[in-house]
Design a protein. Structure first.
Length: 222
């Protein structure tokens, strides 16, 4: 019989309801908001694939600059750091300070202290705003691990993260050959088309071999 979940911390958000960190055994965590499960520490394969695929072209880069959108449990960040050299600089945009507190506290052992890595700077900010403010050709990779990925309702031009204008801003913020890697719950042909129309060479990966498989888009600036 599975152990019951215990809420070890809770934080009231303005729009979504209570944000909770739950645990039921060593290394077994959930983050929920209201009635929705945001992430589960036992379901990591697409997050790990996202970090690896987004940064694998930078393994031998002398000084890669990477932007990660969304901290979560820092699973993607851990994969990013494990792929990058020691000389890398990684900026993480996270909306909620409580998530950062958890990643530096009860979740730290889960990712070998990824949020405390000296290569990492965490900004409590909207990743869309950081991309919009970034000078041209700032990053070698932009990796988005947000709890809502692209879907048919994000197909409008002005969607702040997945719309065509946002994609153009992400492309402008990337250096030549840079990669825009995005996590999603399911494949989305519209998003893939917008990436291609913006001048990216794009493919959609489905990590894993069974069960529910998320989508990871890898779009390279040509």
């Amino acid at each position: 019989m599975a152990l019951p979940w215990k809420t070890i911390d809770r934080f009231a958000t303005e729009d979504e309801g209570d944000l909770e960190l739950r645990q039921r055994g060593k290394g077994d965590f959930l983050i929920t908001v209201g009635p929705q499960i945001l992430m589960n520490s036992k379901a990591q394969r697409s997050e790990i694939a996202l970090g690896e695929l987004g940064c694998q072209h930078l393994k031998n880069h002398p000084n890669p600059q990477v932007l990660v959108g969304g901290l979560g449990m820092a699973i993607t960040l851990r994969a990013v750091l494990d792929t990058l050299p020691a000389s890398a600089e990684v900026v993480v945009a996270e909306l909620n300070h409580k998530i950062l507190e958890w990643c530096k506290g009860p979740l730290a052992e889960l990712t070998d202290g990824a949020a405390n890595d000296p290569r990492v700077t965490v900004e409590i900010a909207d990743v869309a705003a950081l991309i919009r403010k970034a000078p041209a050709e700032s990053f070698d990779a932009i990796v988005l691990d947000l709890y809502r990925g692209p879907h048919p309702k994000t197909d409008r031009v002005g969607d702040p993260i997945y719309g065509s204008r946002a994609i153009q801003r992400a492309r402008a913020a990337l250096k030549p050959g840079g990669v825009f890697a995005v996590w999603g719950e399911n494949p989305d042909a519209g998003f893939e088309g917008r990436l291609a129309a913006a001048g990216f060479k794009v493919r959609c990966e489905r990590p894993g071999k069974g069960g529910y498989r998320h989508a990871v888009w890898v779009a390279q600036k040509s």
